[in-house]
Design a protein around this ligand. Structure first.
Ligand SMILES: [Zn+2]
Length: 258
């Protein structure tokens, strides 16, 4: 069985309300050895905190997603700090910049909330899980500024160019490869998987979103990562077991679990 470490999932999402506990309980039987569940708002961070205390193989990232940056206040900040004291809360995320949706908070607000959360990650020596949608330039500016100060992290569901991938990896960052790698139009991502050292790749679902082929459009779950791993293995011309083993080891190193 393949060793699967899902570096980005949202099992707190309401799409899992009907069968969350049964589904999570079945995942180790599908080879899932680890999951990083990422909060994207205050409620989701709290639910993540609960989930990682209930399941041995599930770890938590807590944070406020750029789409919810309007939620940010001193009380939320204080509560995130308190959750980060728990040993199963191993990262700050999902945080970042999202310039795709016009309905999102203004860019200035997103940037300020991102910087606040980066400073929390630096204070607590935790990696960050970064969301970057249509914000590659500003995301790279943040990486260039904070990597020399010790910031570590992953660019989740990486969607940039090979050049951006090379620079991010040069700054010590990991790239999260989602089910998108199985899609027909994934030419740019295939090139990234080909060019970047395997030691810098993580695999992820972004469940319930981004299900790989042949489940595209359905609800995603961590067991489906084997389809992404098969594609990565084919691109790199290595056995799928090796792709699974190395990306799982990368996830443990990334999260300080090794
Ligand atoms: Zn996500």
């Amino acid at each position: 069985m393949l060793e699967i470490f899902d570096s980005h999932a949202h099992y707190d999402d309401r799409q899992f309300d009907a069968d969350r506990q049964e589904l999570l309980a079945a995942l180790p039987g599908e080879g899932v050895v680890g999951i990083l569940n990422c909060g994207s708002d205050w409620k989701g961070s709290l639910a993540t905190f609960e989930l990682c205390r209930q399941h041995d193989f599930l770890y938590g990232a807590v944070g406020i997603h750029p789409g919810n940056a309007g939620e940010w206040n001193l009380q939320v900040r204080q509560q995130l700090l308190e959750m980060l004291e728990h040993p199963k809360v191993v990262a700050v995320g999902e945080i970042g910049l999202d310039y795709y949706w016009d309905s999102n908070p203004p860019r200035g607000v997103q940037q300020e909330v991102l910087r606040e959360q980066i400073s929390i990650a630096l204070q607590h020596d935790r990696p960050v899980v970064l969301h970057d949608r249509e914000a590659h330039g500003d995301t790279m500016s943040i990486l260039r500024l904070f990597a020399p100060r010790g910031l570590r992290g992953v660019l989740h569901s990486f969607s940039g160019s090979v050049e951006m991938a090379r620079e991010a990896v040069g700054l010590g960052f990991f790239l999260g490869i989602s089910g998108v790698v199985t899609y027909k139009n994934a030419r740019k991502l295939v090139e990234v998987v080909q060019e970047v050292p395997l030691e810098h790749l993580l695999v992820e679902t972004d469940a319930p979103y981004l299900a790989p082929v042949p489940f595209r459009g359905k609800r995603n779950q961590s067991g489906y990562i084997r389809h992404g791993l098969e594609r990565i293995a084919a691109i790199r011309e290595i056995p799928v077991e090796e792709a699974a083993r190395v990306t799982a080891a990368n996830a443990r190193r990334f999260l300080g679990l090794a």
